[in-house]
Design a protein around this ligand. Sequence first.
Ligand SMILES: [Cu+2]
Length: 311
Amino acid sequence: MKVSGWIAACALSAAGLVGFSAPPAAADITGSVTLEGEAPEMEELEAMQGKPECAELHAEPVVDDRVIVGEGGELVNVVVSLKRADGGELTGEIPQEPAVLDQVGCMYVPHVVAAMVGQQVLAKSQDDFAHNVHPVPFENEEQNIAFIGVDQEGKELGPYQTPEKFQTECNVHPWMKARICVFPHPYFAVTGEGGTYTIPTAGLEDGEYVVMFWHEVFAHEGDGVEGPTITVENGAAEVDAFSLSAEAAAAQADEVEGDVQLASLETAAPEAGAPASKERCTAGGECCKKAKPAKEAEAVEAVADATGREE
Ligand SMILES: [Cu+2]
C-alpha cells in the first residue's frame, strides 16, 4: 500500500513529538516492526469534505490513519512495551517529558500516544478553529476539553492513574480518533515512520523481559502479541525485527460474529439484547467496549463554555 505524503509527514512528526526521533542512547532497546501479509486498503475520510475548515487544509484526500504501512511493510503506531519474564511487577520513574497529542489539519498527531501512569499528557492544536478532545477511558476519568484555536502550550489530559488503552475523539469532526495507551512503567515506545522504535531503559534492572507488540487493528488484546524474551544487561538487549500478521488478525476477527471487520475496519456496536461485551469483543479487545455516545452538541457546549458565549 502506498503511504500518502500527508500520512508520512504525520508519522514523522509523530515520532518527533513524542521524543523518539533523537538518536538512541547506547543502552536503549531499539528494533523494528513490519506487517506480514496484505495490509487493508484504507478508505478516504469522506466526512472531511463536509467540514470545509478541515478539507481546505489538505491538497489531497486524507485516508483513515489506523493502518499506516510503508512500502516494505514497515508498520507505524505499534506500541512496543516490556514485561518481566518472571511475571513480576515492572515499575520505574515517571518520564519528565510530557506525552503530546496534537491536532493538525483535523487529524490527531500522533494517532497513538503512550504514557506512564502519572506522566503529564498534553493536548495541543495547530488548527485555528474549534476542536474538542474527548477521551473516553474505562477506568480513568473522562474529560472533554475544548479548543477554540491554535494552542501550542497545550491543555492537560490526565495524568492518568490506571493503566489501560482507550480512544479519544473529537465530537466536532467525528473521524478524528486517537488511542491513548497508559502503562504502569516507562518501558514502552511507539513505532514511527520506518516501523522503528526506541525504548528508553534508564533504571531498568538487568534480567529477562518479554517484548509485547500492540496495534489498534492487528494486535489489540491487552498489551498485544507476545514477542521474544530478551536478556537486558546494563539497559541494552538485542531484539530481532518483529512481524505482526495481517492474516492472523483477520482470522481472529472472523471468529467473532458482528465484530471487527478488517475490510471496513468498522467496530460494530453490540446489538440490543446481545450478551455482555466481553465475549463479543474478543477480537476488539478493551477498545471494542461500547464507546460512550459522542454528541456534537456536547462539543459545541464545551466550546461555548470555554469562550463564555453561546454558539
Ligand atoms: Cu476536531
